[in-house]
Design a binder for this molecule. Structure first.
Ligand SMILES: NC(=O)c1ccc[n+]([C@@H]2O[C@H](COP(=O)([O-])OP(=O)(O)OC[C@H]3O[C@@H](n4cnc5c(N)ncnc54)[C@H](O)[C@@H]3O)[C@@H](O)[C@H]2O)c1
Ligand SMILES: [Zn+2]
Ligand SMILES: [Zn+2]
Length: 372
């Protein structure tokens, strides 16, 4: 069938909307008409070339929700008419990592930027002239209707609004899980969250949920700091120097229990700042994505070792999507997770490039494309 979606023809490149030919679902695949899709910074990393992908043109978007329009036979019980959230990371359910409760690291995720079916390397999307088009995370949620593997699809209750549920596909699990799972925030902790976009906004909420006593948001932009105070921060400051000072005041000079780094583009100096801000045996979580060519970070190694500090990389907040996405959406339904305040602007599909310009200008916590 014919659909429309936001593609990148090269990197660096601009988001543009193109007509696309979409495959019907095969075995263990479903076709989904999108209702909404959040605009995560990770798609912008593809546009800038920070993250090179396997196929150009590449159909972007990985934080979507919608309604199943066609379902081939599958063992996940996904049927036509079901409401679903796409998980940005797939889970096969039986590889070593899935079997160990680490679905985020499922072996299928190795192919997330390849853009092809993991089974046989074929494409689900083509331009109208037959050129193959890759799919972001195998799902391409900036496409009005998409075909995707059931391993990336989570069925949800029909009374959850899909224009908020989409955030559970990446931002919620990544941010919330970075605090709750990766930083392992404990009641009474002092937590610093560096960078308040969609990911940082959920890290703040995860820290609240875990019982942190002081939550210090860091962002150079005043609008982000205002929003941080609504989303659970107890302090909001412009620099890590100020955040470190506040953390030391609350800990008799020791430093924060944890720092979660959720800036737009991770740079080596951010790692040094995060590690410097934590106490002995504290945890610095790297959630933000760096360009693939970047290596190394300036960390005083002697201090790091003798202070028993911990530096942890976190993919999708160590979320187990089949368990955690329904749980997080239940928290939303019960008023314990604020997704409404996170959506600061909505866009049509044709406004996708404007949405990313607004992200760069710091006008959004999360911009969301609505397909209706
Ligand atoms: N690890 C994962 O699984 C995963 C998943 C999704 C997104 N990400 C990454 O997380 C990062 C954040 O994504 P987002 O969508 O929230 O981005 P965003 O652009 O919406 O927000 C980033 C925020 O960081 C702020 N910032 C920039 N430099 C800063 C600094 N030095 N100190 C403090 N704040 C600073 C910006 O002002 C902005 O508010 C991106 O790198 C994204 O690719 C990682
Ligand atoms: Zn994302
Ligand atoms: Zn797996």
């Amino acid at each position: 069938m014919l659909t429309r979606g936001a593609i990148l023809r090269q990197a660096p490149g601009e988001f543009e909307v193109a007509d696309l030919e979409l495959d019907d679902p095969r075995r263990d695949e479903v076709q989904v008409t999108l209702v909404a899709s959040g605009m995560c910074h990770s798609d912008d990393h593809i546009a800038t070339g920070d993250l090179p992908v396997g196929t150009y043109p590449f159909a972007t978007g990985h934080e979507g929700a919608g309604i199943v329009t066609k379902a081939f036979a599958n063992d996940r019980g996904i049927n036509e008419g079901d409401h679903v959230v796409f998980s940005s990371m797939p889970s096969c359910g039986h590889c070593r990592y899935c079997a160990s409760g680490m679905q985020t690291l499922c072996n299928l995720s190795a192919g997330m930027l390849a853009g092809v079916r993991s089974s046989d390397g074929s494409y689900r999307l083509h331009l109208t002239d037959g050129t193959p088009v890759g799919q972001m995370c195998g799902i391409s949620t900036f496409t009005a209707t998409t075909t995707a593997p059931v391993t990336s699809v989570i069925k949800i209750d029909k009374d959850i609004p899909l224009d908020k549920a989409c955030l559970a596909g990446c931002a919620v699990g990544t941010g919330w899980g970075s605090a709750v799972n990766s930083a392992n925030v404990q009641p009474g902790d002092i937590v610093v969250v560096m960078g308040i976009g969609g990911i940082g906004a959920n890290a703040l909420q995860g820290a609240v949920h875990a019982g942190a006593s002081q939550i210090i948001a860091v962002d150079p932009l005043a609008f982000k700091r205002e929003k941080a105070m609504v989303l659970g921060a107890t302090h909001a400051v412009a620099s890590m120097e100020e955040a470190s000072e506040i953390a030391r005041q609350f800990t008799n000079g020791q430093g924060a229990d944890s720092v979660v780094i959720t800036v737009g583009v991770l740079k080596p100096e951010h790692v040094g700042q995060g590690v410097a801000a934590i106490r002995k045996a504290g945890t610095c979580v790297l959630t933000a994505v760096a360009p693939t060519v970047d290596v190394g970070a300036q960390i005083p190694l002697f201090d790091f070792v003798l202070s028993g500090k911990r530096l942890v990389g976190s993919l999708f907040g160590e979320t187990n999507p089949t368990r955690d996405i329904p749980r997080q959406l239940r928290l939303y339904q019960e008023g314990k997770l604020n997704l409404d305040a996170m959506v600061t602007n909505t866009y049509t599909l044709d406004q996708v490039a404007q949405g990313y310009r607004d992200m760069h200008a710091g006008r959004n916590i999360r911009g969301v494309i609505r397909f209706d």
